[in-house]
Each structure stands twice: as structure tokens, then as C-alpha cells.
Design a protein around this ligand. Structure first.
Ligand SMILES: Nc1nc2c(c(=O)[nH]1)N[C@H]1C(S)=C(S)[C@@H](COP(=O)(O)OP(=O)(O)OC[C@H]3O[C@@H](n4cnc5c(N)ncnc54)[C@H](O)[C@@H]3O)O[C@H]1N2
Ligand code: MOO
Length: 401
């Protein structure tokens, strides 16, 4: 069986970023840049005042001196003249510093009466002046391609004078839940039935990763129904199935899709939960077949689908980050499959993360998945560990999950 790392390398190696589109800045939050953002102007465009006060020649603005008011410079209305010896120009925050001035006398440090300004605090040259280009200069790269835009980046792109940005189209991820026993939340649940939680959880994960989920109607355990759904999903950038991935007589995903042109790359990996993972291509469309067990489908969603959506969306080789932690409780030795254990996190006195795995790790138990803060990684054949041992975790909130 393939290792998690090999499986992920093969998945990511098969994916190309989707194309670009132009969006208004107001729609760009959370999108991934398809081209770098370069400053279209210099900011600030000239030396400007950082305070309300008086633009002065520092050499003249010595405590106790009286200066003569020569004019006013509000923001957006530069003073046309220059500040001569013994003169001051009234200035406001953000206004261009007039020629001749090299310092700002704070309003609080001055007594103004008519045309006379008494200096109550000596001004230092350069004080309270923001030099031209302090923040950035024309043509400077403000944001690189492949970067997912944060709230802060939107402000920076706007300041760089960009009303539109070129971003990758959000990858369209088809989600197909299969199974005779599953029904939608709110529908009648048949005998021995179960509500389909997988499609909903995966759709939310797709959104968190920056994709657009296209949830297909549930396909029954029937080759024709699954084949039909497969045909309907051809326009997706990636098709995700859940259920029917294992070895049972009713696990039909591969069987149903083979006549539709499905080409398998690999099936089954050394991972728990998530052993029956399927990866291949349905015609042109990459296909990821996730196990039906709800926790297995979500854990595989985190380990494989999340980076796959990142790669499709223009962020190649982005993996869920691993953080160091210490075990809060001992752990038994692991078998031959890498394990991703649901765990609670707390913080030790020294600031280090402490991870405590839930005692029951059955892959049907969604409540522990919802209450987990992290997935605790165990390598294949990892030895038993005492409390305090070093481990690695995926912190779920870091992924927005
Ligand atoms: N003899 C073996 N049996 C199983 C093996 C194996 O290697 N040999 N693998 C086990 C593992 S590990 C997993 S994981 C499961 C995965 O099986 P499938 O992908 O074929 O999933 P199903 O059999 O269709 O369903 C499993 C389980 O999940 C429930 N389910 C299915 N879809 C949904 C959904 N949309 N929402 C919520 N729950 C869902 C389903 O009712 C079953 O309870 O196979 C093991 N068996
Ligand atoms: O891998 Mo299954 O996903 O152990 O439940």
C-alpha cells in the first residue's frame, strides 16, 4: 500500500492550476492571485506631514521663537509657495510638506495668535514627516502571484491603486455521495439508514479551502446511477466521491466508472482512517474517491483534498502545516498504517501545545471529530510514547475547519 506522502505527491503532481479571471477588489477577499500586484503609484507620493501643526524650518523653530504664518496646507491642497526663514505654514495630517520646510511643529507645542506662531518645543529636522515612498514605490511588487488574499492585502492592493485583480477561478469541486442507506438531512431515514453527513461536511471544507462545491444528488448503490452521476460531473475541476470505495459487494465506485473511462492511478493507502482512498481520472476530470465513513472522508479531505484544492487554485505544494506538540497522555504503539488521531489541544505552562487523543477513534464518530482541535499524527510502526513525548499535529482552526 502507498504511504500518505507518496499518495499526496501523486495527487498533487497530477493537478494543474485552473485559469484566471478578473474580479473587482470588493470580491477579491480569499481569492488567489494569478499575477503579482505591483504598485501603480508611490505611497506617500511626496513628503507628507504625519501630524496636524505647522511646517517649519527646524533650524528656526527653537523653543521661545515666534514664527510668521505664511499660509495653509490642508491634505489634498498642497501649499504652492515655500516656507522661508522665520516662517511657518499651517499643515494638516497627510498634507504635502511645502518646499523649504524640514520639520513639523505639533499644534499642541505651539501658541498661535493671528499671524504669529510661538514655538513652545524645539523642532527636530525630519520629525513628523513621512518621506515620499515610505510605504511603497511605483512598480514595487506588493503581493506575489499564488497568494491568497487576506483582509490586509485588500487594503494594500487598494492603496496600490488597483480596482480589479487577476485571480484564479475558484476550483469547482463536484461532490457525489453514494449509498442505498443514506438520505439527506431532514428526509425520512430508512431502516438501518444513516443521514448523509459527508457531502455537507466536504462542501464546507471545499469552501474553506477556496473552492466552489457542486453537490450532486445522492447516487444509489447501482452501477448505472453512479455512472450517470459521473457523466454529470464532467465539467468539474475535480470530482470527489464518498462511499463505495472499499472491497464490499456494494462498493461500486470503480466498477461503475470504469466503462465511463475511469483510469485508476492508485487505490488503498497505508493510512487510518482513510485506507480505501481512490485516485484517478474520469476522462479529463481528476477523481478522488473518499471512504464512506464520515471521519475517514473528512480526514482524507484534510490530508488530500485540501492541498488538492490549493493546487488547483494556484497554490501548489501547500500542505496542512504540522505543528510541534507534547503528548498529554501516553499512546500505544502504532501498526503499519499512518494514523491521524482526533485530539484535544491545551497549552502547557511553557507555552507548548499539549495534545490528548480521544480514547475512541472509530471512524464513524463525528462528535469527536467536531470536538477535536487537531489531528495528531502517528507514523507507521511508531513506538509507544509516554506522556510528554514530542509529536506533530495539524491544528484544525488554522485551516478554517
Ligand atoms: N473487508 C473489509 N472491509 C472494509 C475495509 C477493508 O479493507 N476490508 N475497509 C474499511 C474501511 S477502512 C473503510 S473506511 C470503509 C469504507 O468503505 P466505503 O468507502 O466502501 O464506504 P461504505 O461502505 O459505502 O460506507 C462506510 C460507512 O460510511 C457510511 N456512509 C457512507 N456514505 C455516507 C455519507 N454520505 N454520510 C454519512 N455516512 C456515510 C455508511 O453508511 C457506512 O456506515 O470500509 C471498511 N470496510
Ligand atoms: O480507513 Mo477506514 O477509513 O479506517 O475507517
Amino acid at each position: 500500500m502507498l504511504s500518505v506522502e507518496e499518495a499526496r505527491t501523486r495527487i498533487l503532481g497530477a493537478l494543474e492550476p485552473v485559469g484566471a479571471e478578473t474580479v473587482a477588489l470588493s470580491e477579491a477577499w480569499g481569492r488567489v492571485l494569478a499575477a503579482p500586484v505591483q504598485a501603480r503609484l508611490t505611497q506617500p507620493p511626496a513628503d507628507v506631514s504625519a501630524m496636524d501643526g505647522y511646517a517649519v524650518r527646524a533650524a528656526d523653530a527653537v523653543e521661545g521663537t515666534r514664527l510668521t504664518l505664511a499660509g495653509t496646507a490642508p491634505a489634498g491642497h498642497p501649499f504652492p509657495g515655500s516656507v522661508g526663514p522665520g516662517e511657518a505654514v499651517r499643515i494638516f495630517t497627510g498634507a504635502v510638506v511645502p518646499a523649504g520646510a524640514d520639520g513639523i511643529l505639533l499644534q499642541e507645542d505651539a501658541d498661535a495668535a493671528g499671524q504669529s506662531v510661538l514655538v513652545k518645543e524645539t523642532v527636530r529636522a525630519g520629525r513628523w514627516i513621512r518621506p515620499a515612498g515610505l510605504d511603497f514605490a511605483t512598480d514595487e511588487t506588493l503581493l506575489p502571484a499564488g497568494h491568497r488574499l487576506t483582509v490586509r492585502d485588500i487594503g494594500l492592493a487598494a492603496a496600490g491603486n488597483h480596482p480589479w485583480l487577476s485571480v484564479h477561478r475558484a476550483p469547482r469541486i463536484g461532490i457525489l455521495a453514494t449509498g442505498d442507506e443514506i438520505s439527506l438531512p431532514g428526509e425520512p431515514v430508512g431502516p438501518g439508514g444513516i443521514v448523509s453527513s459527508n457531502a455537507h461536511a466536504l462542501a464546507a471544507l471545499v469552501r474553506a479551502a477556496g473552492g466552489v462545491p457542486l453537490v450532486l444528488p445522492i447516487a444509489r448503490d447501482d452501477v448505472d446511477a453512479i455512472a450517470e452521476a459521473g457523466r454529470a460531473a464532467r465539467g468539474c475541476d475535480l470530482l470527489v466521491t464518498t462511499g463505495g470505495a472499499s472491497v464490499g459487494d456494494h462498493d461500486l465506485v470503480q466498477k461503475a466508472l470504469l466503462p465511463e473511462g475511469f483510469k485508476l492511478d492508485f487505490w488503498q493507502i497505508a493510512m487510518r482512517p482513510g485506507k480505501p482512498l481512490i485516485w484517478g481520472r474520469l476522462g479529463e476530470t481528476p477523481l478522488m474517491g473518499l471512504p464512506g465513513n464520515p471521519v475517514s472522508s473528512l480526514v482524507c479531505g484534510i490530508v488530500f483534498l485540501w492541498p488538492a484544492i490549493a493546487a488547483l487554485g494556484g497554490r501548489p505544494n501547500l500542505l496542512p502545516p504540522l505543528r510541534p506538540a507534547r503528548l498529554a497522555e501516553p499512546l500505544a504503539e502504532n501498526d503499519k498504517r499512518a494514523e491521524y488521531m482526533r485530539a484535544r489541544l491545551s497549552t502547557a505552562d511553557d507555552g507548548m501545545l499539549l495534545a490528548a487523543a480521544f480514547p475512541k477513534q472509530d471512524s464513524s464518530m463525528l462528535k469527536t471529530m467536531a470536538r477535536a482541535d487537531a489531528l495528531l499524527l502517528r507514523a507507521p510502526h511508531a513506538p509507544a510514547l509516554a506522556a510528554g513525548a514530542a509529536v506533530e499535529v495539524i491544528v484544525l482552526s488554522e485551516l478554517g475547519l
